[in-house]
Design a protein around this ligand. Structure first.
Ligand SMILES: [Zn+2]
Length: 228
């Protein structure tokens, strides 16, 4: 289980002007339950600083950060003091920029794809705890993110996804995977720094819903600011 420092190569020699955080892939076939049970963040390692491959920058393991979901889930981090940059190693089972697992995001989007009644009814069924409007935003954030991702990855995997219907069921069949989103993270690993969440580590594609509203419980998905 070796992390893939996707953004690292592009950032070689670059000196960031302020403290910031970079997400890297922790390639693992573990489910979120297995990841938590095995405390697999302990085995997520970076052999050297992505910014300074030759060393000498004080690069070291940093305290892990805790996700809201799933409970008990930590994410390994490293810190480069010279580059003022924290690197977090996100396992393949977890969504980026959403407090969910990729499997949970896929389940929600699949429910939207197959539900015959209104989205309001489905939103209240899926999230009866946060009220209709918050539940709709919660659901919409997931469907929009996955839709944007699907459009982007078709161009990256034309031999696999060209002509594929933009549904998770069709993507799973084309990818030969039981879950499309974790499979996509592996298949487009080299592009993750520039791809939208929940699979990629780049910015969201949609300008709306950038900040969670009251009761949306989206905190904890991204790493907190580094302790400097
Ligand atoms: Zn460094």
């Amino acid at each position: 289980m070796v992390p893939t420092p996707g953004k690292a190569k592009a950032r070689d020699g670059v000196q960031p002007c302020g403290p910031h955080s970079v997400q890297l892939r922790f390639a693992t076939g573990l489910t979120s339950e297995e990841y938590v049970r095995q405390q697999a963040w302990r085995s997520a390692t970076l052999s050297h600083c992505p910014l300074h491959p030759k060393g000498g920058c004080g690069f070291a393991r940093h305290t892990p950060y805790e996700r809201v979901e799933p409970p008990g889930c930590l994410v390994a981090r490293y810190y480069c003091p010279e580059g003022h940059t924290t690197f977090s190693l996100l396992p393949d089972c977890l969504a980026s920029r959403l407090s969910s697992t990729l499997a949970d995001v896929e389940e929600v989007v699949e429910a939207v794809e197959s539900f015959d009644e209104s989205r309001e009814v489905l939103a209240e069924l899926l999230r009866p705890d946060i009220g209709r409007q918050c539940a709709l935003r919660w659901m919409r954030r997931r469907t929009r993110a996955v839709s944007a991702l699907m459009v982007t990855v078709v161009g990256l995997l034309p031999s696999v996804l060209s002509g594929c219907e933009r549904t998770l069921q069709a993507f799973r069949a084309a990818l030969g995977a039981t879950r499309a989103l974790p499979a996509l993270r592996e298949r487009v690993a080299d592009h993750l720094p520039y791809l939208p969440p929940p699979v990629g580590f780049g910015p969201r594609s949609t300008p709306r819903d950038r900040r969670p509203g009251p009761g949306q419980q989206e905190g904890g998905a991204d790493p907190p600011r580094p302790e400097t």
